[in-house]
Every structure is written in C-alpha cells, then in structure tokens.
Design a protein around this ligand. Structure first.
Ligand code: AMP
Length: 502
C-alpha cells in the first residue's frame, strides 16, 4: 500500500533538528525579555476578513496564497463564515490588542510571538507552505511614544543583538521609508503613471501589479524588468517633512548604537499596512538559503489598528523566518567546520616532541596551518584534539621518525594514508585544495535544478536530503539520461531524477 507522506511544502522536524530550533527560540526569548517584551499566542486561524483588510486584497498573500475555507455553522447560533490559516501574525496580534482593550492602559505594549504561518507558495529551499516566524510588535497610543523613531531604532538594534548572539555571520540591514499613508498614495499614483507607457516591456506578473499594486513591482526580482524598475520614481522624493525627519531620526539612533545599515530606496514591502520605516535583514549568498536570502522583514504600521476598527495605535514590528534562520546557522556552521586547520601533528611519545615541532615548522613555513600535540598525550586525547581543531592528523611515532614515512589521517574522508616526509607539504596542500580552499561545493540539488532535471518549484527538503547522498557520477548520469530522454521523446518529468533512482 502506498505510504502517506507529509503534504508538499510541509516537513517534520525530528529530534536532530529540534535541538537547534529550541536553542534559537530560547535565545530569542532571552533577548526579547531584556528589551521588555512579553509573549502573545494568537489562534492559528482567523476570520478571512482580518487579512483582507490589513495585509490587503491586492497582495500576493491574500490574492493567491491563503488557505481559506468556508466553515459550516453547526447550529443556528453558530453561523458559517470564511476562515483562513494565518499567513502572518501581525494582523492577529493587532486584532488581539484591540479586542482586549490593551490601548486603555495608555502604555506601550511590547509583544512577541513564535509560531507557524501558512502560505500556499511554490515550495523550494527556504520557502515552505507551513513555516515558522519569530516576530515582535511594539504598539500603543501615540502618547505612549509608539510613533517615535526611537522605537524603530530599538527594534532594529534588538534584531542586530539577536542575530549576533545567535552567531549569524555577514547579515545586512536594508532600510527605507515608505512615508505616511498619504505619501504612499501619492507615490503609488506616480508609479502607476510612470508604469503605464512601459509596463508592456515587463513580465506578466509585473504588468498586473502595475495596475493593482504598483509598489509590488519594485520588489520584483525578474532580471529583465530591472532596467524599467531602475528608472521609476523614488519614494524618497514623495516623503512629507514629518516622514523625512522621522527617517533621519531612525538613522541617527542606529548610528549612535553602531548598527550598520544601507538605505535601499526600492525596499517598499508589498503589504498594505506599512508606513514610514521598512526594513529587511539578508544574509550573503552561500548561507544556505539559495535565492531566498531574506532572513526577516518588518516595518512600521501606524494606521493598522484603525484599519481593523481599533483606536489609533501606531506600531512597528518584524517577523524572522525561523526556518531560514536555522538553514543559515547550519550552513554557516558547516563553513566554519571547513575552516579547520590543515593538520594536527601528534607525537606518539615525549621523545618525538622535538621532531614533531621541527615537522610543524616545515609545514608552517610551507604555508600550512598547523597545531602540534604533546607526546604526553594518550592517543585518544591527541585524536580528540585533532578532530576538533584540524581536518587531518599526522601521526609522528618512533617508526615514522626513523622511516621518514608519516601516517596521515583525513577525518572527513575517514582515510589513512602513508606519505613520505619530504612530500608532506605538497600532499597536504593538494588535499586542502580539494577541500575548503575551493569554492563551496555545489549541492546536488542545485546541479540538478540547473540542468533542468528537477524544477526548483517542486524541490523539497526531503528531495534535497535524498539527492545529497548521490555521488557526483550518479548526478552526472542523471543529467545525461535526462538530456537524452528530453531530446529523444520530448520527455519532461519534473521528478525524473527521483523516480529513476530512488
Ligand atoms: P513577510 O511576513 O512576508 O514579511 O516575511 C517575513 C519573513 O518570513 C521573511 O523574510 C522570510 O524569512 C520568512 N518567510 C516568508 N514566507 C516564507 C515561506 N513561505 N517559507 C519560509 N519562510 C518564509
């Protein structure tokens, strides 16, 4: 009988995964606590109207990505209504803020959440249909200081602290201001006008967006459309005096805290509720996210509470893609692993110490990174130290010293080879070039996607795990078979690679 698998775009997190997830969540909780945030948990599903009104009918999220259904009433008193699995959590938090009269305290509310969100997107690495977000919102009546630029800078500084504490390397903060709701409206109108004569030059999606939600055109990654986009008017020229001052204050406070940023005039973020500050943190290519390099995003939403029928309550918030954060940490840890020393020399007795030091001197002078153990170490201790520090261990015992032939153990390959001492520098250098000194190895998944054997739209985490087990020869033959079949029979099966082999 066919087995039942997890639904496309969803995945199981097993104990080997959840250790890191729990560490990330615990770190986030501890950082949030230091900044005075309390946890909020809102329902996984809400009235569809909540998202239509806040996120906006014309956004991709609401127009095509939501899991929505008509919920049948079970009794007269229990009317049927349209419900939706939450695609994001800000709308739910603001709904709860209004529903529980939190504004009445007159205080600033600082709330954080951790939980799954749902969007019917095309799954690929770093993009799932059920994904987790760690997010936070700061909101309150204007007299609580909720619209102050200081709040924006505090949230951004907190994110920088969190990413640094988690050890995320190379993050970049892109910042922009989309102005007040009125600025945005004027800008949208100007964009629509500027797009009218050129929109036919762009892809179909952008032609539609040019009409329905022209701000979204700026988000487009389509390389063919970049020329048109570069020539469009810039939001900075549409900001009123107050928005401009607000943005300057955010930047000044970030500079005072030493948080680096770049202003990206195209960062408008498509959700309808954003006003003034918008931001995104990205990680460099090769951080495990493929094309999905946005780690988190957020912005200010001064009119959202009113859009949902609540009191005036300006606010700012963000959502971190937890799945992407985890992928980044895993990829960066692997990279660090690869940056191990070239060799650890293990003398097998105190008498071998001077010879081992001499050998280290030769290797270091030959340009290799080397650590030397101590002849007092037992073999097990040398082994543990070597495995932690270096990619290879060079065993230097009495036999090796007298024969001049050394034993080299390669940890990654699990191989042990004999190398004459005179050839050691050259041999270790060659092995290093085969390893981390080379550009990072392309994953099998990437190679197969590039060759058209499988489609990036359909590749899943499970596929990736299975595919990475294939040798490079197997990958090559899959590509060859695919190309032959394609030309011979016009064959195009997105899962060819998986079905043939697995
Ligand atoms: P958004 O709510 O669209 O502003 O997204 C905030 C962050 O959530 C993004 O920067 C991503 O890191 C993450 N994210 C959004 N959509 C997905 C998805 N389908 N799968 C995984 N992460 C996502």
């Amino acid at each position: 009988m066919a087995i039942i698998k997890a639904v496309r775009g969803t995945r199981d997190l097993l104990p080997r995964d959840t250790t890191l997830w729990n560490h990330v969540e615990a770190t986030a909780r501890s950082v949030f606590a230091r900044y005075g945030f309390g946890e909020i948990r809102t329902p996984l599903f809400e009235a569809t109207e909540l998202f239509a009104r806040s996120v906006g009918e014309e956004t991709d999220i609401v127009s095509k990505e939501m899991y929505t259904w008509e919920d049948r009433g079970r009794a007269e008193s229990d009317r049927g209504q349209s419900l939706t699995l939450r695609p994001e959590n800000t709308a739910g938090v603001v709904r709860a803020y209004i529903e529980h009269g939190m504004a009445e305290s007159g205080m600033l509310e600082k709330l954080f959440y951790i939980g799954p969100q749902f969007r019917r997107e095309r799954p690929q690495r770093g993009r799932y249909r059920q994904f987790w977000q760690i997010g936070a919102e700061v909101l309150g009546p204007p007299w609580s200081g909720s619209d102050s630029a200081l709040r924006d800078a505090e949230v951004l500084e907190m994110l920088a602290t969190l990413l640094d504490e988690l050890g995320v390397k190379g993050w970049r903060l892109a910042l922009n201001s989309v102005g007040s709701a009125e600025d945005r409206q004027r800008y949208s109108a100007a964009l629509r006008e500027a797009l009218a004569p050129v929109k036919h030059l762009m892809c179909e999606d952008n032609q539609r967006r040019a009409e329905t939600n022209p701000l979204r055109v700026l988000d487009s990654k389509d390389p063919n459309d970049q020329k048109v986009i570069d020539d469009l008017p810039k939001i900075a020229d549409f900001l009123d005096e107050d928005s401009r001052t607000h943005f300057e204050q955010v930047k000044a406070a970030l500079e005072a805290c030493g948080v680096p940023y770049t202003v990206d005039p195209r960062l408008v973020r498509g959700l309808d509720y954003y006003t003034r500050t918008t931001f995104e943190f990205t990680v460099p290519d090769g951080s495990g996210l493929g094309t999905q390099n946005a780690l988190l995003g957020g912005g200010r939403y001064d009119g959202l509470s009113e859009m949902l029928g609540g009191p005036r309550a300006p606010g700012i918030g963000f959502a971190i893609g937890e799945d992407r954060l985890i992928l980044t940490l895993q990829a960066q840890a692997e990279e660090r692993e690869q940056k191990k020393l070239d060799a650890f020399i293990a003398p097998m007795g105190v008498a071998q110490n001077p010879g081992a030091l001499k050998l280290a001197q030769d290797l270091r002078r030959g340009g290799l990174t080397v650590e030397v153990g101590d002849g007092n170490f037992r073999l097990k201790k040398s082994f543990e130290a070597a495995d932690k520090l270096a990619r290879r261990m060079v065993i230097f015992g009495e036999d090796e010293a007298s024969s001049g032939v050394l034993t080299v153990k390669d940890f990654a390959k699990g191989e042990q080879t004999k190398v004459p001492q005179a050839e050691l520098v050259a041999a270790l250098k060659l092995q290093s070039q085969e390893g981390s000194d080379q550009p990072p190895k392309r994953s099998n998944l990437d190679l197969l996607i590039e060759a058209g054997v499988i489609s990036s739209d359909y590749s899943t985490e499970q596929d990736s795990k299975v595919l990475e087990k294939l040798s490079s020869t197997e990958v090559e033959s899959l590509i060859r078979i695919h190309n032959t079949l394609k030309t011979e029979k016009n064959f195009s099966d997105r899962r060819l690679g998986l079905e043939i082999n697995l």
